[in-house]
Design a protein around this ligand. Sequence first.
Ligand code: ZN
Ligand code: ZN
Length: 287
Amino acid sequence: MQVNVVELTDKIPTQDECGCKFPHDKTLRAILYGDLESASRQLKEYGVNPPYAIICDDITYKLAGETLEKSLHADVFKINEKYLDEKYWIDFFTNKKYSTMIGVGGGTILDITKYISFICKAAYVAVPTAPTNDGIASPMSVIFTKVDGRKTVKTRSPLIIIVDYDVLSSAPLTLIASGIGDALAKITSLKDWELGRDDLNEPYCRTAEYFLMRAIFKVLESIRCLNGENGKRLRECVTHLADSLISSGIAMMILQTSRPAAGSEHLIGRHLELNLGVSHGISSAFG
Ligand SMILES: [Zn+2]
Ligand SMILES: [Zn+2]
């Protein structure tokens, strides 16, 4: 099957070319769009080598983990616990010495894999199974641990993202709605950042602004697709939404901060998220 590759390295100008003071990190080398089997076979071309460990849960194993396990001859580890036993898993993977860790899941599993691979110095590949927030490409992990509860940790963006639209389109509508909410919040967060620049002289970056504007256009496009008959255009909606969320994550990667993608609306949203259990995306959109 055909795999469409978007290589990022040339699409992101250097710090000098941009003229800002942000690091212009380029950890994310490429996004591979296609079926899981064909796309995963291209990993070695980007220096992403075995031995591979797949981290997923029971649900995402069936959605995508099983296919990847076979095509990559990878070992599979299921993490179903809500509050991560951080020490156990870090000790476990430090001893195993995998070259690459592949996160297969929605926000939580991807963040856990991003975090553990960062600590264990393994390459990280993201395989999202639901377009639920903009953490896919970002250099941050939000994790829930038994000791610390919820915490946000600075980690590192994935080297490769594999996007299979068939998998993403099968996500529950509540998760897709959450992704739309998190992407819509960029309208406010970008404005928030612009105000910071104009009123408080905060540092600004035109390249990150471009990726955030792209995220906003793409989410508006995805909402238009929802008007299709009986959800027939759901796949099209998810296509635009995934691009939107990844673009926002790329902006955070370039800057190495979540500042432009999480403004005051995220602060308000966090209150709902923590106290009422409303999903991240919906609470951020409300904020
Ligand atoms: Zn968010
Ligand atoms: Zn810049």
